[in-house]
Design a protein around this ligand. Structure first.
Ligand code: G6P
Length: 366
């Protein structure tokens, strides 16, 4: 192995701790005062698109769900996100007016590659987000954005995911600028924030290590755990649930917060752990009422929230307040406690953290 754990017990923990550096690498030399330089991808982004389509599998798909919100918000273009193994076998509306974004850490996932080929056949322009220079996805797309996360060994993706999410921020801001949907002043503000983000990521990792261990202790005996959120926070909930189940083997499910009462609420009883993510001011109040529904049934609520969101009045079991930053960026930071909680839960349970049973790092079969 060319890569070693550099003193960490597991690759996963090492890779979580590499995230501030990954963020720095992605952003290095990209900013002027009020613009973002995306190199040769810009020529493709500048096209006149009726819609954007994002396709990927697994954790990469979850980054795409975040990408959808960002592109819709900043660039005002409709976005569809489809799991690659579904996109291939359904009617699609991909054409030459579609900007296709294909996301793959390995660049070799069979379904993702097949979806990329399909999009090209249909005449779409294809931008890839990949962590693997020279991979099939890298070679076959019209242009690639290198994630620059370095080798990711742990099957459960952490640093590549955060890299994907960050790249979606850059892409969506650039698209917003190209479409005149974002003012120079606002972009300047956002760029200033972005420059501080690696440090905030660092802070989040150090600040939440202890409480993540405590939460791991509190949830490890339960058979089922739920994750809820709205909008971007729902995309984060999906990734939180995936991370937890893949390495701890505890059943974990994510729901849009408003959907809980349409089924899973029946499973909430004394102590059942629920993670609620509320980094989005606009919808936080609504999620609050869902949290109250859980508490009324004795559920154990772990809240991941942002500084300027008012949750003083409710007494949840654990409250993780992310470092102060414009809430737009909280979705990068909120991923971190979710990674740490999964890691420490799997550690408590003695699981094979870097190589969970039945799973592979790169899935080259369909
Ligand atoms: C596998 C890995 C996941 C990954 C997914 C997609 O299932 O275990 O961590 O998210 O494949 O991989 P890709 O390399 O295309 O991002």
């Amino acid at each position: 192995d060319m890569v070693d754990k550099q003193g960490y017990d597991h690759f996963m923990l090492k890779e979580i701790n590499e995230q501030p550096d990954v963020a720095r690498r992605i952003m290095a030399d990209r900013f002027t005062e009020s613009d973002i330089d995306l190199g040769d991808i810009e020529e493709i982004l500048a096209g006149d698109y009726k819609k954007v389509m994002i396709t990927a599998c697994g954790t990469a798909y979850h980054s795409g769900l975040i990408g959808r919100f960002l592109i819709e918000e900043f660039a005002d273009i409709p976005v569809e996100v489809e799991v690659a193994s579904e996109l291939r076998y359904k009617k699609n509306f991909i054409d030459k007016n579609t900007l296709m974004i294909v996301v793959s850490q390995s660049g070799e996932t069979a379904d993702t590659l097949a979806a990329l080929r399909l999009a090209k056949e249909k005449g779409a322009r294809v931008v890839a987000l990949t962590n693997s220079i020279g991979s099939s996805v890298d070679r076959e797309s019209d242009a690639s954005f290198q994630l620059m996360a370095g080798p990711e060994i742990s099957v459960a993706s952490t640093k590549a995911y955060v890299a994907m999410v960050l790249v979606f921020y850059l892409l969506s801001l650039k698209l917003g600028k190209l479409n005149d949907n974002i003012s120079e002043a606002r972009l300047k503000e956002l760029i200033d924030d972005l420059k501080r983000l690696p440090y905030r990521i660092q802070e989040t990792i150090s600040e939440f290590a202890e409480i993540s261990k405590e939460i791991a202790e509190a949830i490890k005996e339960y058979r089922s755990v739920f994750f809820i959120g709205r909008n971007i926070d729902y995309a984060l909930a999906l990734e939180g649930a995936l991370k937890l189940k893949e390495i701890s083997y505890i059943h974990a499910e994510a729901h849009p917060a408003g959907e809980l009462k349409h089924g899973s609420l029946a499973l909430i009883e004394d102590g059942v752990p629920v993670f609620a993510i509320t980094t989005r001011e606009k919808v936080a109040k609504k999620t609050l009422s869902n949290i109250e529904e859980v508490m009324a049934r004795g559920g154990q609520v772990n809240l991941i929230t942002a500084k300027n969101i008012e949750y003083d009045k409710i007494e949840v079991d654990n409250k993780l307040v992310l470092p102060e930053i414009d809430n737009i960026w909280s979705s990068v930071l909120a991923a971190i406690p979710l990674q740490l909680i999964s890691y420490y839960t799997a550690l408590e349970l003695g699981r094979n953290i870097d190589k969970p049973r039945n799973l592979a790092k790169s899935v080259t079969v369909e």
